[in-house]
Design a binder for this molecule. Sequence first.
Ligand SMILES: Cc1ncc(COP(=O)(O)O)c(C=O)c1O
Length: 379
Amino acid sequence: MIYLDHQATTPCHPSVIEAMEPWWRKQWGNPSSRQHRLGLTAAAAISSARERLAGSLGIRAEELIFTSGATEANNLALLGHARARALTDGAPGHLISVASEHHAVLDPLLQLKEEGFRITLLPPQGNGLIEVEQVEEAIQPDTQLLSVMVANNEIGVIQPIPELSAVCDSRGITMHTDAAQAYGHLPLHAEELGCALISLSAHKFNGPKGIGALVVRAGTQLQPLQWGGGQEQGLRAGTLPVPLIMGMAAAAELSMNDLEERQVRLQTLRDQLWQGLKARNPTITLNGALQPRLAHNLNITVPAISGSRLQRALRPQLACSSGSACSRGEPSHVLQSIGRNRFEAESSLRLSLGRDTTTTDIDGAIEVITNAIQTSTKR
Ligand SMILES: Cc1ncc(COP(=O)(O)O)c(C=O)c1O
């Protein structure tokens, strides 16, 4: 089985599992228990992991709030900030985002709409990118927040976050970015991104599932979504999962250590995959700009073919994702937002590479996909 679905999730790296192990087996204390050594050891470990993760983004340790992943981080950022602003501003305001965001952004925004906020979803350009002018035109006098992801989870395109946050900065608008697909894959620095709120997820960079973080830059208004023991400065109550946090910090270090070299290697493999597929199947088209794009993402449409037949033909040999498999069985809203129709969205494939992907995998994938296209077309 060739695995080209790393944007869905990555395998937890052996060195990450090793880094977590003592925190499952021996050091299982609660970091909030300050009266004994087990608790104090766990608290010291959390503090060191927080420092290391914060260091990787150039922020202060207290600006990092651990969550269960990027879904929770996005919910905390969007609901938490909008509700806090509604209290200080006296009324729910206006929020801007993009139609091609992940559901973990779109659905909290739908919830906020129910609560009286006005939402503008910008349509991306045909290449998947948002232009600064689109944001400038959408801003209203009571716009409170702009949320735009760094890199798209389906088509991999990289949005111009520093330019967008500069517009927000000049207009007093808070900027949130979902960096779930970018952290660990692109060099990210909070100051350069210019965002007050940044969401992260460990399982997208060879860390464990069930852990992530929200960066909350100093001075950003935020209400918690849950209440309890007051952990994470009262913004995210609940006992901290020490092993997962240690795993996230180890995975971040692993990713930072070979980031540039891995990007170059994966981009070469990705380009090989695209060129190989195109040479054997001239009718396929690329979804999203080839640049700026994550080095490990490719998204193609195979015209005039049934998406479900194609998937069935691929399944025994290749793990990848399709428009139809992506979102609750619905054709991809991301592909439709860049102009693909429902049928084209269904006959599309997202192929995402990872740190263990080899040339043999790429050659194999070209063969398997080409054969699947041929058999699906014949029938
Ligand atoms: C862009 C983006 N945001 C959010 C999420 C959700 O992350 P998590 O699985 O950590 O909740 C994902 C993962 O699918 C994603 O790709």
